[in-house]
Design a protein around this ligand. Structure first.
Ligand code: NDP
Ligand code: 8X3
Length: 248
């Protein structure tokens, strides 16, 4: 089960997991994107793919989701909480509270809800893996990212506490923390301003969605006794959240 599968990391993960022969449940809001991806994956890899068109902020629907999946998709063994976003780069005095609530609900509340919804089945089967897509912003805060950084710090705390709650079971809990990667992330952050989004990646060689998908697949394919707790993945020319070397 991959949330946020209609673009970026989630879409790349869908391709990697399909190539590995996994049955997929793909979730996002954009139906056309998700259904087109489903058709391409089935055509290319002949794996079963089920799509769920849902806004993860709708936690009541998330709660009902496990019971609504078709039987052949019901036993979710790998849950990748990937759906997430940043909105804007305002300073604290100018933060939009609407944007703040959207980020908190998407990046934190929905992960809590998805985890609660799917971990029951994992505990019953004593089998499962929860992968939370975090960020370098989970350990480094930067100006203009107060709320986004706060959400990823909160997600880091939730992920660690999840690992504590599940220790003694066979369920693994992984956090993948990327640095700057070229996806639709910046286009969303700048609310559709392509010029501003492109400027984020100009002059350096950022990570790709496939780089992150590789790390998720790596974590999920270790022997059962190995739990990858956290991977921080940076582009070679990035040393810290704002420490990016660019050529002019
Ligand atoms: P994209 O914008 O390309 O993808 C985000 C995905 O999340 C889309 O599929 C979008 O689908 C989905 N999504 C967003 N809001 C919701 C919602 N309310 N309900 C359901 N789905 C939702 O960005 P990335 O692939 O880069 O981002 C994925 C994750 O990686 C995020 O958690 C982000 O914070 C994190 N990250 C990104 C980095 C980067 O530099 N790109 C670096 C570090 C972390 P749809 O709009 O169709 O619903
Ligand atoms: C997304 C990358 O640098 O904006 O998590 O935190 S950054």
């Amino acid at each position: 089960m991959i949330t946020g599968a209609s673009s970026g990391f989630g879409e790349a993960m869908a391709w990697r997991f399909a190539e590995a022969g996994c049955k997929l449940v793909l979730l996002a809001r954009r139906q056309d994107r998700l259904e087109s991806l489903r058709d391409q994956l089935i055509f290319t890899y002949h794996v079963p793919v089920h799509t769920v068109i849902l806004d993860v902020r709708n936690v009541a629907e998330v709660d009902l989701l496990p019971g609504q999946l078709p039987e052949e998709f019901a036993d979710v063994d790998i849950l990748v909480n990937n759906a997430g976003l940043a909105l804007g780069t305002s300073s604290v005095q100018d933060n939009s509270i609407d944007d703040a609530v959207t980020m908190i609900e998407t990046n934190v509340t929905s992960v809590i809800a998805m985890t609660k919804a799917f971990v029951h089945g994992m505990i019953e089967r004593n089998k499962g893996h929860i992968v939370n897509i975090s960020s370098i912003a989970a350990t480094e805060s930067y100006g203009g990212g107060s709320v986004y950084c706060a959400t990823k710090h909160a997600l880091a705390a939730f992920t660690t506490a999840t690992r504590h709650d599940l220790v003694g079971t066979a369920i693994r809990v992984t956090s993948i923390s990327p640095g700057a990667a070229q996806t639709e992330f910046s286009l969303v952050r700048f609310k559709g301003d392509q010029e501003k989004a492109d400027a984020v990646y100009r002059g350096f060689d950022p990570l790709t969605a496939e780089d992150i998908a590789d790390n998720v697949l790596y974590a999920c394919t270790r022997p059962e006794h190995v739990q990858i707790a956290d991977i921080l993945v940076l582009a070679t020319n990035q040393a810290s959240a704002k420490g990016i070397a660019r050529v002019k």
